[in-house]
Design a protein around this ligand. Structure first.
Ligand code: CP3
Length: 360
């Protein structure tokens, strides 16, 4: 009989979907649920095949394809949540912005002057990206695993719009914020309104959690973040107060901003690989934590992947933890490493005595 129950449990574990919403909402679960940023992406041959045929934008804009790609990693691994396949740039064309991918976003006509900002449109909520709502509905009918919707944070979207492309230290954007403070505030206001509408639409369509990606928050000092980052993030998150879904906030390379992050109305903070979860836990008291294995570790030998995954799990003890990477899955990541990571997370009992020490 006990064998049967074990069988049942094993089958449920293989299906995934265990405890993500509970942990993201603040429960100190016995196993850490796991999903990975960029779990749908270039390391999967089945993703690359579709991409070759359709190209990235067409995949994003075709609900059936976006839903299929969202589900691809769930078919391979017992992940505990799906993240919608799309991009943080998806809502911007409705504002009148032209965007190309190579493979990161490129803005051929960057926003630089007050007139450039004034030329941007504020679309109605249902005009922003209706195909995303449809993709959310399709995923919800195809899996019982929780679906995470997402958007880019206003500061990160503004960084792309002003700089014109990604990467580097965004010196042009950092100058612009301080040289054109009024245009900057207008742009961030507009992006905040669009992001609120875009996330509300995803929740209305069926997204069960939302993650706000602030990939470039870390380029700012604390004062600049306090003026141009946090207030807008707060507005977006507050607008979802009554949405009834856990709110996740990711700020990359932002250890210096944690005291400010602690004050934001998010249930869970996603930690990049630079800061041990045990240290983040003290600064971010009361928040669930998500993270934070260095994605580069997935290229190391299998025993190292398992050992570093367990080390991350131990650092995450003492409060709610959703396992993830410290940033997205890298291209060429070995698929076996992802499988080993997920299995290692699911095998680890967080409340067992022997697992309770943390050397981070
Ligand atoms: O699996 C998932 O995580 C869901 C899909 C997703 C994508 N982009 C698909 C994508 C998500 C959540 C994003 C968010 C995103 N997009 C962020 C925030 C997260 C982060 O990495 O900090 C940012 C900064 C972008 C902007 C962006 N789009 C970049 C930098 C790139 C370059 C390629 C890469 O993988 O980093 C893209 C293109 C992109 N978005 C791809 C994918 C799968 C690759 C497209 C390709 O196949 O060439």
């Amino acid at each position: 009989m006990i064998g049967n129950i074990d069988e049942h449990r094993r089958a449920a574990a293989t299906e995934g979907g265990n405890g993500f919403l509970a942990a993201a909402g603040g429960a100190d679960t016995d196993t850490a649920p796991v999903w990975l940023m960029r779990q749908a992406g270039r390391y999967l041959p089945e993703y690359r095949k579709i991409k070759e045929r359709y190209g990235f934008w067409r995949m994003v804009r075709t609900p059936e394809i976006a839903a299929e790609v969202t589900l691809q990693p769930l078919a391979r691994f017992p992940l505990d949540a799906a993240i919608l396949f799309s991009d943080i740039m998806t809502p911007l064309p409705a504002m009148g912005v032209r965007i190309e991918f190579a493979p990161g976003p490129q803005i051929p006509d960057p926003v630089r002057t007050a007139a450039d900002v004034a030329a941007l449109r504020l679309p109605e909520q249902d005009e922003i990206a209706p195909f995303v709502g449809r993709a959310v509905e399709l995923v919800r009918t195809a899996t019982s695993r929780p679906l995470i919707g997402f958007a880019g944070a206003p500061l990160t979207l503004a960084a792309y719009l002003v700089q014109g492309s990604g990467g580097g230290d965004y010196a042009t954007f950092r100058t612009w914020l301080h040289a054109e403070p009024r245009a900057a505030a207008t742009l961030l206001d507009l992006l905040t309104e669009v992001t609120i509408g875009y996330l509300r639409m995803q929740v209305a369509a069926g997204a069960q959690a939302v993650q706000l990606f602030d990939s470039w928050a870390g380029i700012t000092d604390t004062a600049t973040y306090g003026r141009y980052g946090a207030p807008y993030v707060r507005r977006v998150l507050r607008a979802l107060d009554t949405a009834g879904v856990p709110r996740i906030y990711l700020a990359v390379a932002a250890g210096h901003l944690y005291p400010q992050l602690a004050e934001l109305p998010a249930e869970m903070i996603s930690i990049d690989w630079r800061t041990p979860l045990s240290r983040a836990r003290t600064v971010l008291a009361g928040k669930a934590l998500q993270g934070n294995l260095d994605p580069a570790i997935l290229f190391a030998p299998p025993a190292v992947v398992a050992a570093e995954t367990e080390r991350t799990l131990r650092a995450g003890l003492g409060g709610p933890h959703v396992f993830n990477l410290g940033h997205g899955v890298l291209e060429h990541t070995p698929i076996d490493s992802v499988a080993r990571l997920v299995d290692t997370v699911h095998a680890f009992r967080r409340h067992e005595e022997g697992n309770r020490h943390d050397e981070s």
